[in-house]
Design a protein around this ligand. Structure first.
Ligand SMILES: Cc1cc2nc3c(=O)[nH]c(=O)nc-3n(C[C@H](O)[C@H](O)[C@H](O)COP(=O)(O)OP(=O)(O)OC[C@H]3O[C@@H](n4cnc5c(N)ncnc54)[C@H](O)[C@@H]3O)c2cc1C
Length: 477
């Protein structure tokens, strides 16, 4: 039942309080604009509640358990017991702390917060439907709008998230007990991170992937290091298979996977599971906004195309974060949120993705930024690369984590750094140094002649840069 319909107005309306939306709202308020942020669920969006933060909490918890149980080489003997419910409560505490922090930051910045589901009425007005029977709705006029409604997990036919056996990543971050057998459909970064968590916690994990490689968006020599380590943790991979159907049998789910069209094998496989995690990607949340009433266009995938200033096809309506397409990463959404707010305030802001880093928190981690060697060549740039293996790093040896390497890509002609791929310990942190170097237009020599603390993992970056110039000290050039 709709109770009353009062219309108010705001300079800047932001829809969705994930890392795209709340950052846009705070920046717009800092720029003295009158800002209203509408959120239908929890502050912090997918990132804080169902994504980056809860997954990293479980990744760290499971790493601690696994390392404590496997440290005999270092003379440490332990047999840890994992109470998953307690680990989940600890994770929920972190989420609560961060989400209430977001609300406080928005309020302190002067952002007007509204709870409810927003839907366009026309190109300058939205209707906000409040939750719960009889809670009513209201309308809000806006001069500018920033759409930041994020994304949701993609479902596949026959695997319905409504069934208790079938979970998306949302469900897999809240299991009550560690599943004995977990089948994961999809070897992208979410599937691989959760395969790492549950294999470390003791599940028998199987992964089904249509393609012939885990982490297919990464280079083979990077992804294969992570796959081999996952196999050593006990993960069983089935490449070239599509999850087709499943049925309940003797108190278990039995999943049937069929070979994909160009797979080398030709017979079906059956896998038993307590839980089946479907992690085949995410789709933008644009179908519930009545975008057509505002005249905002989407592409066939539901993504809202934007220009470098985050504008949609409507001059005064912006889209940031996952709704604006790949890469669906929290920091990409936040950067776009800042840019959209600054453009609305009349500042000369624009997005520039040449130094956009990405990380996968598997074991070992992956960190990438900028161009690979092939991408550089495709853009007509002759690449010059340098590498350094963690096997030769004193710090990696003392951490007992020697898998992986740092690879730096530069333009041969200028020696300007244009990309890097790191696979190994702390790759998610190490990549930040190279992102900063790319942002500043640094050359190989700038990295190579920067004195790095010894003994640290970051020395591998210095050595890789020197290797590209034939001058590494701790490896043959
Ligand atoms: C398991 C997992 C792990 C991840 N790990 C990482 C990681 O390590 N690093 C990383 O960078 N990214 C990671 N991501 C991706 C990251 O979470 C997203 O890229 C990021 O949350 C996108 O931010 P956003 O602001 O665009 O949208 P979201 O965070 O999805 O927020 C959108 C918000 O809009 C609200 N909303 C939607 N429709 C409406 C409406 N009509 N009215 C009002 N409110 C609405 C939603 O309730 C939600 O709160 C991970 C994602 C998952 C699922």
């Amino acid at each position: 039942m709709v109770v009353g319909d009062v219309t108010t107005s705001t300079d800047v309306l932001v829809i969705g309080a994930g890392p795209g939306g709340y950052v846009a709202a705070i920046r717009a308020a800092q720029l003295d604009l009158d800002v209203t942020l509408v959120e239908k669920g929890e502050y912090g969006g997918a990132c804080l509640n169902r994504g980056c933060i809860p997954s990293k909490a479980l990744i760290n918890g499971s790493e601690l358990a696994s390392e404590a149980g496997q440290a005999e080489e270092l003379g440490i003997y332990a047999d840890p017991t994992v109470a998953l419910d307690e680990m989940i409560s600890w994770k929920d505490g972190i989420v609560d702390q961060l989400t209430s922090g977001i609300e406080q930051l928005c309020t302190a910045a002067g952002v007007n917060l509204m709870q409810g589901t927003a839907e366009f009425a026309d190109e300058n007005k939205i209707r906000i439907v409040h939750q719960g029977e009889g809670q009513g709705s209201e309308s809000l006029k806006f001069d500018n709008c920033i759409i930041a409604t994020g994304s949701r997990p993609i479902e596949i036919p026959e695997f319905d998230f409504g069934d208790e056996r079938i979970v998306s990543s949302d469900g897999a971050l809240n299991f009550e007990t560690v599943p004995d057998e977990l089948v994961i459909v999809g070897a992208g970064y979410i599937g691989m991170e959760l395969a790492t968590v549950y294999s470390r916690l003791g599940s028998d994990v199987s992964v089904i992937e249509m393609l012939e490689q885990a982490l297919p968006s990464y280079q083979e020599d990077v992804a294969s290091i992570v796959r081999k380590r996952a196999e050593r943790l006990g993960v069983d991979f089935h490449f070239g298979y599509t999850a087709d159907s499943w049925a309940e049998s003797d108190g278990e789910a039995v999943l049937t996977a069929v070979p994909t069209a160009d797979a080398a094998h030709d017979s079906d496989i059956e896998l038993t599971a307590d839980k089946i995690l479907v992690a085949v990607g995410r789709r933008p949340v644009t179908d519930t906004l009545s975008l057509e009433d505002a005249g905002v266009e989407t592409n066939a995938q539901g993504v809202i195309p934007t220009d470098s200033r985050c504008r949609t096809n409507k001059e005064h309506i912006f889209a940031v974060g996952d709704v604006a397409g790949e890469p669906m990463l929290a920091h990409k959404g936040s950067k776009e949120g800042e840019v959209a707010a600054e453009v609305i305030a009349g500042e000369p802001a624009a997005v520039d993705y040449q130094a956009l880093p990405a990380a996968v928190f598997t074991d070992p981690e992956i960190g990438t930024v900028g161009l690979t060697e092939n991408e550089a060549a495709n853009e007509g740039i002759t690449p010059l690369t340098g590498e350094f293996q963690f096997q030769a790093s004193g710090r990696a040896l003392t951490a007992n984590r020697t898998e992986g390497f740092v690879r730096i890509v530069a333009a041969k002609e200028t020696e300007r750094v244009i990309g890097a791929q790191i696979v190994g310990p702390e790759a998610s942190e190490l990549i930040a140094e190279i992102a900063a170097m790319i942002e500043m237009g640094a050359k190989l020599q700038d990295i190579g002649s920067t004195v790095h603390t010894h003994p640290t993992l970051s020395e591998a970056i210095m050595e890789a840069a020197q290797n590209a110039r034939g001058k590494a000290i701790h490896r043959q050039n």
